[in-house]
Write a protein that binds this ligand. Structure first.
Ligand code: WT7
Length: 620
C-alpha cells in the first residue's frame, strides 16, 4: 500500500475515494499546488454528501446496527441509536435548520458538550450543506464572540447548562453574553437550546427556540444537498503563533476520504468494533475520530459525557468494560493522570475487550507509553501514538496497528501518501537521519483548504517558511530507518494538556487589563499537563498590582483552561535592542535552567536578567 501510494498517488487516492458513495464520481485526485497562491484541490470534479456517506448507505445495508452509544456521566443517562434511528434524528434537525432559513454555505455554531445532539447537529449541517463551527464549552464569552463574528454563524445550538463532574457550566447564558458582545457583527438569527439538565434559562422570544419542540414538528426524512468535494464541511478555530485564532476550512470530499482511510488503517478497523475516541467534539480529533471516520466506515461509536475520574478514579475503565469497547483513543494527559492514580485502579478492571489503544495531541513519554501498553493494553494491544494537527484533518505519522512496529515515544512512520520531509533553517532538505523543521512535500486528501475568509493568511502561515512545502510548526528528528520523533513546536504555540494555545492570545488577553504595560507568556514542561504556561507581567505600578488580575484577564479573554500556572510581576522584560522580547531567555529562567543563557550583551538592558533569575528563585 505504501509503495502504491508513493508510486502512483493519483490511482491510489481515486481507489480510496471510490470506497465512498458519490453523486458524481471524481475522475481526478489532486490538482493541489503549494506554490504561487497555494491551492489545495482534491477530487474537485466529484460531488457527494457527507451525511449520506455516514448514514444513508449504512441504513441500506445495516439499518439495525448500533451507530451511536451515548452514556451520560450519571449511570442512568444513556441511549443507543441504530443507523436508522440516527438517520431519523439527523433528518429531523436538518429539516428544522432548513425551515429556520439556514442555506447551503451558511455557518452554524455548535456549542454543546458531549451529548448525542452534538454529533447529530454536525451531521445535520452536513446534510443541508451548512458549514459547522463547533465551539469548545470552555471558551469565555469573548472567545465565543470572536469566533461567532468571524464565522458569521446564522444559527447557534447550545445547551441550557452543561455538566462537568460536580460543576455546572452555564452554556446558554454564556452564549447570550457572547452574542451581545458581537453587537453589529452578529448574524445569529436563532438559538436552539438543548435541555441537557432541564434547567430554566432565559429565552429571547423570536430568537431562542427549544430543540426538542422544534425537532418534534419535523419528519424523519430530509433530502441531502449535493456538494462539490471542495465545498466546506466545517471550520475549526485553532491557535497559531501570531494574531487571533484562525478558522481552518476543511472540505467535503478529500476530508472524508482521509477520515475514512486513516480510521480504517491506523486502528485496523473491524466491523464489530466499539470505537471510543475520548476527545471532545470541539477538537479536530472529535470531528475525525468521534464522528466522521468511524461513521463513514459503518462502525459503532461511543460518546461519553463525563470526566475520566468522576465520580471516582477508574470511571473510564468501567465504561470500557460496560460496553465492551474494542478501540480506545485518548491522550497522553489522560494516561499520565491514570498513572498517578496507582496501578490498582486499572488492575481491578478487566479491559479484556480492548484490541487497540492510541493517543494523540502531545508527545507521550516512553515511560507513559510503556505503562499504557502494559496496564491498559495488558501487553496485548498495539499502542498507536498518532501525530497530526487540526490542519491535517487526520493522522499523518503513526505506527499503524498491525503494520508498523512501534517504538515507545516515537511518532514512527508517515502513512501511505504522506510525504514528510525535514528542512533546515536555510530551507535545505535534510536527507537521511537528522533533525529539522517537519514539512510535507505534497498535499494529502485531508489537508485543510484555507483559512476562512483569509486565504493569504493561510499561504503566509504555512507555505512561506519553507517555500514549496507545507510547514507544520513542529520540529522532528528522523532515524536512519525513517522513524520520526517529534521534538515539539518551533513557534510560540504552547500545548497544555493537548490544548493548543498561542502565547500571543494570552498576551492579548492580559493587555486588556489597564494596569498592565506588557507581558510575555512562555510554555515550560509540566509533569501532568505536558506543558504549563508561565506569564511575566510588567504592571504600571508594581507595588499595587496583584497577579490574580492576570488570571481574571485570561479567563475572561480566552477561557479558564488557559489560566497560567505561574505569574511573575516584573520591572521589565528582556528585549533585544530592536525591542523584540527574548522568550528563549524567559523560558530558561522560568525552568530554572540557567546554563547556556547565551550572550546577554546584545540585550537592551542586560541587568534585567539577574533580576529575573533572583525573582523566580525567590518564588520557587
Ligand atoms: C499540535 C497540533 C491532532 C489532534 C489534536 C491536536 C502536537 C499532536 C502529537 C503527537 C507529539 C503532537 C504537535 C502538533 N501533537 N499530536 N502524537 N506527538 N506532538 O491538534 O490542536 O491542531 O495541535 O499538537 O505540536 O503541531 P492541534
Amino acid at each position: 500500500m505504501v509503495q502504491k501510494a508513493h508510486q502512483d498517488p493519483e490511482t491510489f487516492w481515486l481507489e480510496q475515494a471510490r470506497k465512498l458513495a458519490w453523486h458524481v464520481s471524481p475522475q481526478q485526485a489532486s490538482r493541489s499546488d503549494f506554490n504561487n497562491d497555494v491551492r489545495i484541490d482534491w477530487f474537485s470534479d466529484g460531488r457527494l454528501n457527507v451525511s449520506e456517506n455516514c448514514l444513508d448507505r449504512h441504513v441500506r445495508t445495516q439499518p439495525d446496527k448500533v451507530a451511536l452509544i451515548w452514556q451520560g456521566q450519571d449511570e442512568d443517562q444513556k441511549e443507543s441509536l441504530t443507523y436508522q434511528e440516527l438517520h431519523a434524528r439527523v433528518c429531523r434537525l436538518a429539516n428544522v435548520m432548513r425551515r429556520l432559513g439556514v442555506k447551503k454555505g451558511d455557518c452554524v455554531a455548535i456549542h454543546l458538550s458531549m451529548v448525542a445532539e452534538g454529533v447529530i447537529a454536525m451531521l445535520a449541517c452536513a446534510r443541508i450543506g451548512a458549514v459547522h463551527v463547533v465551539l469548545f464549552g470552555g471558551f469565555s464569552a469573548d472567545g465565543l464572540a470572536e469566533r461567532l463574528s468571524d464565522s458569521g454563524a446564522v444559527l447557534v445550538l447550545t445547551a441550557d447548562v452543561a455538566r462537568r463532574g460536580d460543576k455546572r457550566i452555564p452554556s446558554k447564558t454564556t452564549m447570550d453574553d457572547a452574542i451581545t458582545r458581537c453587537g453589529e457583527d452578529s448574524r445569529v438569527q436563532h438559538v436552539l437550546v438543548v435541555a441537557v439538565t432541564g434547567t430554566d434559562v432565559p429565552m429571547q422570544p423570536g430568537r431562542d427556540l427549544s430543540y426538542a419542540d422544534e425537532v418534534a414538528q419535523e419528519l424523519p426524512d430530509c433530502p441531502a444537498e449535493s456538494m462539490s468535494a471542495l465545498d466546506p464541511l466545517f471550520l475549526l478555530y485553532t491557535s497559531g503563533s501570531t494574531g487571533r485564532p484562525k478558522g481552518l476550512v476543511h472540505g467535503s470530499g478529500g476530508y472524508l476520504v482521509w477520515a475514512a482511510f486513516t480510521h480504517a488503517t491506523v486502528f485496523d478497523h473491524k466491523p464489530d468494533d466499539i470505537f471510543w475516541c475520548t476527545a471532545d467534539t470541539s477538537w479536530i480529533t472529535g470531528h475525525t475520530y468521534v464522528v466522521y471516520g468511524p461513521l463513514a466506515n459503518g462502525g459503532t461509536i461511543l460518546v461519553y459525557e463525563g470526566l475520566p475520574s468522576w465520580p471516582a478514579p477508574g470511571r473510564w475503565w468501567d465504561v470500557i468494560d460496560q460496553y465492551g469497547v474494542t478501540a480506545f483513543y485518548s491522550s497522553p494527559t489522560v494516561v499520565r493522570a491514570a498513572m498517578r492514580e496507582g496501578d490498582d485502579v486499572v488492575r481491578s478492571r478487566s479491559l479484556a475487550s480492548l484490541r487497540v489503544i492510541g493517543t494523540v495531541g502531545e508527545p507521550i513519554s516512553p515511560e507513559a507509553w510503556q505503562w499504557f501498553h502494559d496496564e491498559v493494553g495488558k501487553g496485548r494491544c498495539p499502542v498507536v501514538d498518532t501525530w497530526w494537527q487540526t490542519e491535517t484533518g487526520g493522522v499523518m505519522i503513526t505506527a499503524a496497528a498491525g503494520c508498523v512496529t512501534p517504538r515507545p515515544g516515537a511518532a514512527c512512520l508517515p502513512l501511505p501518501g504522506v510525504s514528510a520531509a525535514l528542512l533546515d533553517t536555510q530551507g535545505q532538505l535534510v536527507e537521511g537521519p537528522g533533525e529539522g523543521l517537519l514539512c510535507m512535500a505534497r498535499s494529502w486528501p485531508g489537508q485543510a483548504l484555507s483559512i476562512w475568509k483569509d486565504h493569504d493568511r493561510f499561504r503566509q502561515t504555512y507555505f512561506t517558511t519553507c517555500p514549496g512545502y507545507y510547514f507544520t510548526g513542529d520540529g522532528a528528528r528522523r532515524e536512519a530507518d525513517g522513524y520520526y520523533w517529534i521534538t515539539g513546536r518551533v513557534d510560540d504555540v504552547v500545548n497544555v494538556s493537548g490544548h493548543r494555545i498561542g502565547t500571543a492570545e494570552i498576551e492579548d488577553a492580559v493587555a486588556m487589563d489597564h494596569e498592565v504595560v506588557e507581558s510575555a507568556a512562555v510554555g515550560i514542561p509540566h509533569d501532568l499537563k505536558g506543558q504549563g504556561l508561565v506569564v511575566f507581567v510588567v504592571p504600571k505600578e508594581e507595588g499595587v498590582f496583584h497577579p490574580s488580575a492576570v488570571n481574571r484577564a485570561v479567563a475572561a479573554g480566552v477561557g479558564r483552561y488557559a489560566v497560567p500556572e505561574k505569574i511573575y510581576v516584573v520591572r521589565d522584560l528582556p528585549k533585544t535592542r530592536s525591542g523584540k522580547i527574548v522568550r528563549r531567555l524567559l523560558r530558561k529562567i522560568a525552568m530554572h535552567d540557567l546554563e547556556g543563557l547565551g550572550d546577554l550583551s546584545t540585550l537592551a538592558d542586560p541587568d534585567i536578567v539577574p533580576e529575573l533569575i533572583a525573582l523566580v528563585k525567590a518564588q520557587a
